[in-house]
Design a protein around this ligand. Structure first.
Ligand code: PMP
Length: 428
């Protein structure tokens, strides 16, 4: 595989961009080798600057549920473009977006648009603090909620990949206000609440974790957190930046039938454009400025082009619920294929899957929390990643990420993925 153009762009990038990338995991540090510079994508395929073609299993880290450059979304964006790109003033599309989100996710009674998942979680936590008059939050080890100061404690995703679980630059004061517990461990949350009585404003979590690889909530975990929050006057926040509109129309909260007080959403609602949102109970959301005292704002919030793209995709998902069984079936077929291969090769690795999210963990242990995820052989994952790339499959460049399957992954492509996986596992 020739990657001269990517190599030379990376060299240039390193002179003017820290680490050569605008988001750390992209640098391929955890898997070795130089990152690929992507030129275009269509449907299930990605093309790099050297003209190599890959089957795409990241999908911009989730949002491309309908595959790349989907015509519906493209058309909506083109139509919106001629009306100019930003006004910083209210638009009809924002109202339509808020109405659609509140319809699809019933626990969200009011919603505020922002520009990224990071902004959504930062704003949600500030609001929970303002609403409860308390300072502390509880998050879970291995969950990633963007790069807000409060969340860079025992975080997953790139923070875990880069081996810097606690970032310099986060003040001790901020760190003191973030309490952490192991995922899927209710008892440790009970203990934290006993030690910090009437001080916890919010419990935030990914209801299905995607940032330590795909990790599912154990039976009773989400329900238990709901009960603890009710008993202690705590705001329960589901960070559905990855799971919202992906696992079901109403996200993981619909699948597991547990209603949070607030929900954070991200890239998916923009169909790939830079967007985020936070929403929840009216009573809480009305604490946000200008209806309430908690300040939060954004010049580009509700950007018309992003709204056009997002509305096109969400309306499609709302009208075509069969999409969810389609992408779940494709992912299930990948899982079955992988299981057959593991059995055939006598490799005892672990696969976690829910709907269209799947991770292959290089460990023989069950993976139900970050500690277990960290038992994976990350060196081996790096080798596997590079083999998969050579076999034309573009995976997330870290063990601590999940794969996302789009509607463009046909049965034929599933076959190609499964066979590339077998060829790669044989070599590593
Ligand atoms: N929350 C979760 C669950 C995420 O997965 C991410 C990013 N993948 C974020 C928040 C942060 O979103 P962004 O990168 O758009 O700031």
């Amino acid at each position: 595989m020739k990657i001269e153009k990517s190599k030379s762009l990376f060299e240039r990038a390193n002179n003017s961009i820290p680490g050569g990338v605008n988001s750390p995991v992209r640098a391929f540090k955890a898997v070795g080798g130089d990152p690929l510079f992507i030129k275009s994508a269509k449907g299930a395929h990605l093309y790099d600057e050297d003209g190599n073609k890959y089957i795409e299993l990241i999908n911009s880290w989730g949002p491309m549920i309908l595959g790349h450059a989907n015509e519906l979304i493209e058309e909506a964006v083109q139509k919106s473009l001629s009306n100019s790109f930003s006004f910083g003033a209210p638009t009809k599309a924002e109202v339509e977006m808020a109405e659609l989100i509140t319809q699809m996710v019933p626990s969200i009674e009011k919603v505020r648009m922002v520009n990224s998942g990071t902004e959504a979680t930062m704003s949600a936590v500030r609001l929970a603090r303002g609403y409860t008059g308390r300072n502390k939050i509880i998050k879970f080890e291995g969950c990633y909620h963007g790069h807000g100061d409060s969340f860079l404690i025992a975080a997953g995703s790139g923070v875990a990949t880069m081996g810097s679980p606690d970032s310099p630059g986060v003040t001790q004061g901020t760190a003191n206000d973030t309490l952490t517990a192991p995922y899927n461990n209710l008892e440790s949350v009970v203990k934290l609440l006993e030690q910090n009585k009437d001080q916890v404003a919010a419990i935030i979590l990914e209801p299905v974790a995607g940032n330590m690889g795909c990790v599912l909530p154990k039976e009773g975990f989400l329900e238990g957190l709901r009960k603890l929050c009710d008993e202690n006057g705590i705001v329960l926040i589901f960070d559905e930046v990855m799971t919202g509109f992906r696992l079901a129309k109403g996200g993981a909260q619909e699948v597991f039938n547990v209603k949070p007080d607030m929900t954070t959403l991200g890239k998916i609602i923009g169909g790939g454009m830079p967007v985020g949102a936070y929403g929840g109970k009216k009573e809480i959301m009305d604490f946000v400025s200008p209806s309430g005292p908690v300040y939060q704002a954004g010049t580009l919030s509700g950007n018309p082009i992003a709204m056009a793209a997002g509305l096109a995709m969400l309306n499609y998902l709302n009208d075509h619920p069969e999409v969810y069984s389609q992408i779940a079936k494709a992912t299930e077929d990948i899982e079955k294929g992988y299981q057959d291969t593991l059995k055939k090769l006598g490799k005892p690795y672990t696969i976690n899957r829910i709907g269209s999210m799947i991770s292959l963990f290089f460990t023989n242990k069950k993976v139900t929390n970050f500690e277990e995820a960290k038992s994976c052989d990350t060196q081996l994952f790096g080798k596997y990643f590079r083999q998969m790339l050579n076999n034309g499959i573009y995976l997330a460049p870290s063990q601590f990420e999940t794969l996302f399957i789009s509607t463009s992954i046909t049965a034929d492509i599933v076959g190609q993925i499964v066979s590339a996986n077998e060829r790669s596992l044989k070599v590593v």
